[in-house]
Design a protein around this ligand. Structure first.
Ligand code: HMG
Ligand code: MG
Length: 306
Protein backbone atom coordinates (compact mmCIF):
# COMPACT_ATOMS: atom_id res chain seq x y z
CA UNK A 1 0.00 0.00 0.00
CA UNK A 2 1.34 3.42 -0.96
CA UNK A 3 3.31 5.19 1.75
CA UNK A 4 3.64 2.07 3.92
CA UNK A 5 6.58 -0.31 4.37
CA UNK A 6 6.26 -3.54 2.32
CA UNK A 7 7.28 -5.72 5.22
CA UNK A 8 6.81 -5.25 8.97
CA UNK A 9 8.93 -6.98 11.57
CA UNK A 10 6.69 -7.98 14.47
CA UNK A 11 8.44 -8.48 17.80
CA UNK A 12 6.39 -10.78 20.01
CA UNK A 13 6.64 -9.75 23.66
CA UNK A 14 3.90 -11.91 25.20
CA UNK A 15 6.14 -14.42 26.98
CA UNK A 16 7.90 -11.53 28.76
CA UNK A 17 5.72 -8.39 28.88
CA UNK A 18 2.58 -10.52 28.89
CA UNK A 19 3.42 -13.09 31.52
CA UNK A 20 5.35 -10.74 33.86
CA UNK A 21 2.12 -9.26 35.22
CA UNK A 22 -0.17 -12.28 35.30
CA UNK A 23 -1.38 -13.02 38.80
CA UNK A 24 -2.01 -16.68 37.95
CA UNK A 25 1.17 -18.73 38.13
CA UNK A 26 1.80 -20.52 34.89
CA UNK A 27 4.14 -23.46 34.77
CA UNK A 28 7.43 -23.52 32.92
CA UNK A 29 6.24 -26.19 30.46
CA UNK A 30 3.37 -23.95 29.31
CA UNK A 31 5.79 -21.02 28.79
CA UNK A 32 8.05 -23.26 26.72
CA UNK A 33 5.12 -24.49 24.65
CA UNK A 34 3.96 -20.89 24.15
CA UNK A 35 7.36 -19.83 22.79
CA UNK A 36 7.65 -22.90 20.56
CA UNK A 37 4.17 -22.31 19.13
CA UNK A 38 5.06 -18.65 18.46
CA UNK A 39 8.23 -19.58 16.61
CA UNK A 40 6.38 -22.24 14.59
CA UNK A 41 3.82 -19.55 13.68
CA UNK A 42 6.69 -17.60 12.09
CA UNK A 43 7.29 -14.73 14.51
CA UNK A 44 10.82 -13.50 13.70
CA UNK A 45 11.58 -12.31 17.24
CA UNK A 46 10.14 -13.56 20.53
CA UNK A 47 11.08 -11.83 23.77
CA UNK A 48 11.29 -14.99 25.80
CA UNK A 49 11.73 -13.92 29.42
CA UNK A 50 13.59 -11.52 31.69
CA UNK A 51 16.56 -11.80 34.00
CA UNK A 52 15.35 -9.24 36.53
CA UNK A 53 15.09 -9.65 40.28
CA UNK A 54 12.80 -12.62 41.02
CA UNK A 55 11.61 -10.73 44.10
CA UNK A 56 10.29 -8.03 41.79
CA UNK A 57 8.93 -10.30 39.05
CA UNK A 58 8.34 -13.77 40.50
CA UNK A 59 6.35 -14.72 37.39
CA UNK A 60 9.59 -14.97 35.39
CA UNK A 61 11.83 -16.48 38.06
CA UNK A 62 12.21 -19.58 35.87
CA UNK A 63 14.04 -17.69 33.06
CA UNK A 64 16.93 -20.19 32.95
CA UNK A 65 14.59 -23.21 32.73
CA UNK A 66 12.50 -21.58 30.00
CA UNK A 67 15.52 -20.85 27.83
CA UNK A 68 16.95 -24.32 28.42
CA UNK A 69 13.65 -25.90 27.35
CA UNK A 70 12.73 -24.12 24.12
CA UNK A 71 13.50 -25.36 20.62
CA UNK A 72 15.57 -22.58 19.08
CA UNK A 73 14.33 -22.19 15.56
CA UNK A 74 17.06 -21.06 13.13
CA UNK A 75 16.47 -17.47 12.07
CA UNK A 76 14.32 -16.61 15.11
CA UNK A 77 15.65 -14.16 17.70
CA UNK A 78 14.91 -14.82 21.37
CA UNK A 79 15.82 -11.60 23.23
CA UNK A 80 15.59 -11.46 27.03
CA UNK A 81 15.20 -8.40 29.25
CA UNK A 82 18.30 -7.57 31.34
CA UNK A 83 18.39 -4.86 34.10
CA UNK A 84 21.99 -5.07 35.35
CA UNK A 85 25.29 -6.95 35.14
CA UNK A 86 23.92 -9.81 37.21
CA UNK A 87 21.12 -10.18 34.68
CA UNK A 88 23.62 -10.14 31.83
CA UNK A 89 25.65 -12.94 33.45
CA UNK A 90 22.50 -15.03 33.84
CA UNK A 91 21.49 -14.33 30.22
CA UNK A 92 24.92 -15.27 28.86
CA UNK A 93 24.94 -18.50 30.87
CA UNK A 94 21.57 -19.33 29.29
CA UNK A 95 22.91 -18.95 25.76
CA UNK A 96 21.07 -15.70 25.01
CA UNK A 97 22.31 -13.98 21.82
CA UNK A 98 20.20 -10.81 22.14
CA UNK A 99 19.23 -8.77 25.19
CA UNK A 100 16.86 -5.87 25.78
CA UNK A 101 17.83 -3.08 28.17
CA UNK A 102 15.23 -0.67 29.50
CA UNK A 103 14.74 2.75 30.96
CA UNK A 104 12.04 5.44 30.82
CA UNK A 105 11.53 9.09 29.97
CA UNK A 106 10.16 9.58 33.50
CA UNK A 107 12.25 9.84 36.68
CA UNK A 108 9.44 8.63 38.93
CA UNK A 109 8.51 5.63 36.81
CA UNK A 110 12.15 4.59 36.64
CA UNK A 111 12.53 4.81 40.40
CA UNK A 112 9.47 2.63 40.97
CA UNK A 113 10.38 0.16 38.24
CA UNK A 114 14.14 -0.21 38.59
CA UNK A 115 15.07 1.85 41.64
CA UNK A 116 17.19 4.33 39.65
CA UNK A 117 16.66 7.70 37.99
CA UNK A 118 17.18 8.26 34.27
CA UNK A 119 20.89 9.11 34.43
CA UNK A 120 21.70 6.31 36.83
CA UNK A 121 19.76 3.83 34.70
CA UNK A 122 21.70 4.86 31.61
CA UNK A 123 24.96 4.42 33.51
CA UNK A 124 23.81 0.93 34.52
CA UNK A 125 22.93 0.21 30.90
CA UNK A 126 26.41 1.24 29.79
CA UNK A 127 27.86 -1.24 32.31
CA UNK A 128 25.80 -3.93 30.58
CA UNK A 129 26.30 -2.95 26.95
CA UNK A 130 30.12 -2.85 27.07
CA UNK A 131 30.56 -6.54 28.02
CA UNK A 132 27.50 -7.55 25.96
CA UNK A 133 28.95 -6.06 22.79
CA UNK A 134 32.31 -7.69 23.57
CA UNK A 135 30.44 -11.02 23.70
CA UNK A 136 28.84 -10.26 20.32
CA UNK A 137 25.35 -9.87 21.80
CA UNK A 138 22.79 -7.74 19.99
CA UNK A 139 21.13 -5.13 22.19
CA UNK A 140 17.68 -3.67 21.87
CA UNK A 141 16.69 -0.66 24.00
CA UNK A 142 13.33 0.33 25.48
CA UNK A 143 12.14 3.76 26.51
CA UNK A 144 8.97 3.59 28.63
CA UNK A 145 6.35 6.28 29.23
CA UNK A 146 7.01 7.98 25.90
CA UNK A 147 3.49 9.38 25.61
CA UNK A 148 2.76 9.82 29.31
CA UNK A 149 3.60 8.50 32.75
CA UNK A 150 1.31 6.97 35.40
CA UNK A 151 3.02 9.12 38.07
CA UNK A 152 4.14 12.30 36.29
CA UNK A 153 1.46 12.65 33.63
CA UNK A 154 2.86 14.53 30.65
CA UNK A 155 6.30 13.52 29.42
CA UNK A 156 8.42 15.91 27.33
CA UNK A 157 9.23 14.66 23.85
CA UNK A 158 12.72 16.18 24.01
CA UNK A 159 13.43 13.89 26.98
CA UNK A 160 12.25 10.88 24.94
CA UNK A 161 14.51 11.95 22.05
CA UNK A 162 17.49 12.38 24.36
CA UNK A 163 17.01 9.03 26.14
CA UNK A 164 16.54 7.20 22.81
CA UNK A 165 19.72 8.79 21.49
CA UNK A 166 21.67 7.82 24.60
CA UNK A 167 20.49 4.21 24.24
CA UNK A 168 21.77 4.07 20.66
CA UNK A 169 24.99 5.69 21.78
CA UNK A 170 25.34 2.95 24.42
CA UNK A 171 25.24 0.31 21.68
CA UNK A 172 21.57 -0.54 21.04
CA UNK A 173 20.77 -1.39 17.41
CA UNK A 174 17.18 -0.23 17.82
CA UNK A 175 15.03 1.60 20.34
CA UNK A 176 11.49 0.53 21.10
CA UNK A 177 9.31 3.44 22.19
CA UNK A 178 6.84 2.28 24.84
CA UNK A 179 3.46 3.82 25.53
CA UNK A 180 3.44 1.94 28.81
CA UNK A 181 -0.10 2.75 29.95
CA UNK A 182 -1.64 3.36 26.54
CA UNK A 183 -2.23 7.11 26.80
CA UNK A 184 -1.26 8.20 23.28
CA UNK A 185 -3.45 8.91 20.29
CA UNK A 186 -2.37 8.78 16.60
CA UNK A 187 -1.47 12.46 16.13
CA UNK A 188 0.70 12.46 19.25
CA UNK A 189 2.31 9.16 18.28
CA UNK A 190 3.17 10.40 14.81
CA UNK A 191 4.60 13.71 16.11
CA UNK A 192 6.78 11.84 18.60
CA UNK A 193 8.09 9.46 15.93
CA UNK A 194 8.99 12.42 13.71
CA UNK A 195 10.96 14.04 16.55
CA UNK A 196 12.82 10.85 17.50
CA UNK A 197 13.51 9.93 13.86
CA UNK A 198 15.01 13.37 13.22
CA UNK A 199 17.63 12.52 15.85
CA UNK A 200 18.28 8.78 15.48
CA UNK A 201 16.81 7.78 12.10
CA UNK A 202 13.52 6.03 11.30
CA UNK A 203 15.15 2.63 10.76
CA UNK A 204 16.26 2.58 14.42
CA UNK A 205 12.75 2.96 15.82
CA UNK A 206 10.30 0.29 16.95
CA UNK A 207 6.94 1.02 18.57
CA UNK A 208 5.41 -0.66 21.62
CA UNK A 209 1.82 0.26 22.39
CA UNK A 210 -0.26 -0.94 25.30
CA UNK A 211 -3.92 -0.96 24.38
CA UNK A 212 -5.35 0.46 27.61
CA UNK A 213 -7.59 2.96 25.84
CA UNK A 214 -8.11 1.07 22.59
CA UNK A 215 -5.71 3.31 20.63
CA UNK A 216 -2.91 0.86 19.87
CA UNK A 217 -3.86 -0.27 16.37
CA UNK A 218 -4.64 3.29 15.26
CA UNK A 219 -1.33 4.44 16.71
CA UNK A 220 0.54 1.70 14.86
CA UNK A 221 -1.04 2.71 11.57
CA UNK A 222 -0.07 6.35 12.14
CA UNK A 223 3.52 5.26 12.81
CA UNK A 224 3.66 2.96 9.75
CA UNK A 225 2.55 5.91 7.65
CA UNK A 226 5.64 7.87 8.67
CA UNK A 227 7.98 4.92 8.01
CA UNK A 228 8.18 2.76 11.15
CA UNK A 229 8.59 -0.91 10.16
CA UNK A 230 9.07 -2.70 13.51
CA UNK A 231 6.15 -3.21 15.87
CA UNK A 232 5.97 -4.98 19.26
CA UNK A 233 2.84 -6.90 20.16
CA UNK A 234 1.67 -9.54 22.59
CA UNK A 235 -0.24 -12.70 21.69
CA UNK A 236 -3.79 -12.77 23.11
CA UNK A 237 -3.21 -9.16 24.22
CA UNK A 238 -1.46 -10.41 27.36
CA UNK A 239 0.35 -8.18 29.68
CA UNK A 240 1.26 -4.91 31.27
CA UNK A 241 3.91 -3.68 33.64
CA UNK A 242 3.38 -4.35 37.36
CA UNK A 243 4.97 -0.94 38.13
CA UNK A 244 2.51 0.91 35.87
CA UNK A 245 -0.86 0.69 37.54
CA UNK A 246 -3.67 0.50 35.02
CA UNK A 247 -1.49 -0.74 32.16
CA UNK A 248 -3.36 -3.43 30.29
CA UNK A 249 -1.92 -5.74 27.72
CA UNK A 250 0.02 -4.76 24.67
CA UNK A 251 -1.64 -4.54 21.33
CA UNK A 252 -2.69 -8.12 20.52
CA UNK A 253 -0.42 -9.72 17.93
CA UNK A 254 -3.34 -11.47 16.18
CA UNK A 255 -5.20 -8.20 15.63
CA UNK A 256 -2.03 -6.49 14.42
CA UNK A 257 -1.23 -9.27 11.92
CA UNK A 258 -4.82 -9.23 10.67
CA UNK A 259 -4.54 -5.51 9.92
CA UNK A 260 -1.08 -5.77 8.32
CA UNK A 261 -2.00 -8.69 6.06
CA UNK A 262 -5.30 -7.00 5.17
CA UNK A 263 -3.28 -4.02 3.92
CA UNK A 264 -1.01 -6.32 1.90
CA UNK A 265 2.03 -5.95 4.17
CA UNK A 266 4.22 -9.01 4.71
CA UNK A 267 5.12 -10.35 8.15
CA UNK A 268 5.99 -14.03 7.60
CA UNK A 269 3.45 -14.96 10.30
CA UNK A 270 0.82 -17.70 9.93
CA UNK A 271 -2.27 -16.00 11.37
CA UNK A 272 -4.26 -19.21 11.99
CA UNK A 273 -1.40 -20.76 13.96
CA UNK A 274 -1.04 -17.52 15.91
CA UNK A 275 -4.75 -17.40 16.83
CA UNK A 276 -4.50 -21.03 18.04
CA UNK A 277 -1.50 -20.01 20.14
CA UNK A 278 -3.52 -17.18 21.68
CA UNK A 279 -6.28 -19.65 22.58
CA UNK A 280 -3.70 -22.04 24.04
CA UNK A 281 -2.17 -19.47 26.41
CA UNK A 282 -5.59 -18.05 27.35
CA UNK A 283 -6.73 -21.56 28.35
CA UNK A 284 -3.53 -21.99 30.38
CA UNK A 285 -4.35 -18.72 32.17
CA UNK A 286 -8.02 -19.63 32.55
CA UNK A 287 -9.46 -16.64 30.73
CA UNK A 288 -10.72 -15.22 27.46
CA UNK A 289 -8.15 -13.84 25.01
CA UNK A 290 -8.03 -10.03 24.92
CA UNK A 291 -7.53 -10.16 21.14
CA UNK A 292 -10.58 -9.65 18.92
CA UNK A 293 -9.47 -12.47 16.64
CA UNK A 294 -9.08 -14.81 19.60
CA UNK A 295 -12.57 -13.96 20.83
CA UNK A 296 -14.05 -14.62 17.40
CA UNK A 297 -12.20 -17.96 17.16
CA UNK A 298 -13.32 -18.97 20.66
CA UNK A 299 -16.94 -18.19 19.81
CA UNK A 300 -16.70 -20.08 16.52
CA UNK A 301 -15.36 -23.10 18.42
CA UNK A 302 -18.35 -22.90 20.77
CA UNK A 303 -16.24 -21.67 23.69
CA UNK A 304 -18.11 -18.60 24.84
CA UNK A 305 -16.13 -18.96 28.07
CA UNK A 306 -12.65 -20.37 28.37
P1 HMG B 1 16.80 -2.99 43.34
O1 HMG B 1 15.34 -2.85 43.32
O2 HMG B 1 17.60 -1.72 43.39
O3 HMG B 1 17.23 -3.84 44.55
O4 HMG B 1 17.22 -3.85 42.07
P2 HMG B 1 18.58 -4.68 44.74
O5 HMG B 1 19.66 -4.25 43.81
O6 HMG B 1 18.86 -4.61 46.21
O7 HMG B 1 18.11 -6.13 44.35
C1 HMG B 1 16.94 -6.69 44.86
C2 HMG B 1 17.13 -8.20 45.00
O8 HMG B 1 17.21 -8.75 43.68
C3 HMG B 1 18.43 -8.60 45.66
O9 HMG B 1 18.20 -9.86 46.28
C4 HMG B 1 19.39 -8.78 44.50
O10 HMG B 1 20.43 -9.70 44.78
C5 HMG B 1 18.46 -9.39 43.47
P3 HMG B 1 17.92 -9.97 47.86
O11 HMG B 1 19.13 -9.37 48.52
O12 HMG B 1 16.68 -9.16 48.13
O13 HMG B 1 17.76 -11.44 48.08
N1 HMG B 1 18.83 -9.12 42.09
C6 HMG B 1 18.77 -10.04 41.11
N2 HMG B 1 18.45 -11.35 41.12
C7 HMG B 1 18.48 -12.00 39.95
N3 HMG B 1 18.79 -11.40 38.78
C8 HMG B 1 19.13 -10.11 38.74
C9 HMG B 1 19.12 -9.38 39.94
N4 HMG B 1 19.38 -8.09 40.23
C10 HMG B 1 19.19 -7.95 41.54
N5 HMG B 1 19.42 -9.54 37.57
C11 HMG B 1 16.60 -4.11 39.79
C12 HMG B 1 17.30 -3.25 40.83
C13 HMG B 1 16.66 -3.33 38.49
C14 HMG B 1 17.39 -5.42 39.67
C15 HMG B 1 15.14 -4.43 40.22
O14 HMG B 1 14.50 -3.24 40.57
C16 HMG B 1 14.38 -5.13 39.13
O15 HMG B 1 14.66 -6.30 38.84
N6 HMG B 1 13.41 -4.46 38.51
C17 HMG B 1 12.72 -5.07 37.37
C18 HMG B 1 11.39 -4.48 37.15
C19 HMG B 1 10.76 -5.07 35.92
O16 HMG B 1 11.12 -6.13 35.43
N7 HMG B 1 9.73 -4.35 35.39
C20 HMG B 1 9.03 -4.78 34.21
C21 HMG B 1 9.83 -4.64 32.94
S1 HMG B 1 9.82 -3.00 32.25
C22 HMG B 1 8.37 -2.95 31.27
O17 HMG B 1 7.56 -3.82 31.38
C23 HMG B 1 8.19 -1.85 30.26
C24 HMG B 1 8.43 -2.31 28.82
O18 HMG B 1 7.56 -3.36 28.46
C25 HMG B 1 8.23 -1.14 27.84
C26 HMG B 1 6.92 -0.38 28.06
O19 HMG B 1 5.83 -0.99 28.04
O20 HMG B 1 7.02 0.83 28.23
C27 HMG B 1 9.87 -2.82 28.63
MG1 MG C 1 5.45 -3.07 27.81
Amino acid sequence: MKGLPERVRVVEVGPRDGLQSESKAIDTAAKIELINRLSSAGLPAIEATSFVSPRRIPQLADAEEVLAGIDRRPGTDYPALVPNLRGLERALSSGVREIAVFTAASETFNRKNINAGIDESLERIRQITGPALDADIRIRGYVSCVLGCPYEGRVRSDVVVEVAHRLLDAGCYEVSLGDTIGLGTPGEARALIDSVAAKIGMNRIAVHFHDTRGQALANVLACLQVGVATVDASVAGLGGCPYAQGATGNLATEDLIYMLHGMGLETGVDLDALVETGLFISRALGRRPASRLGQIAALAAGQDTI
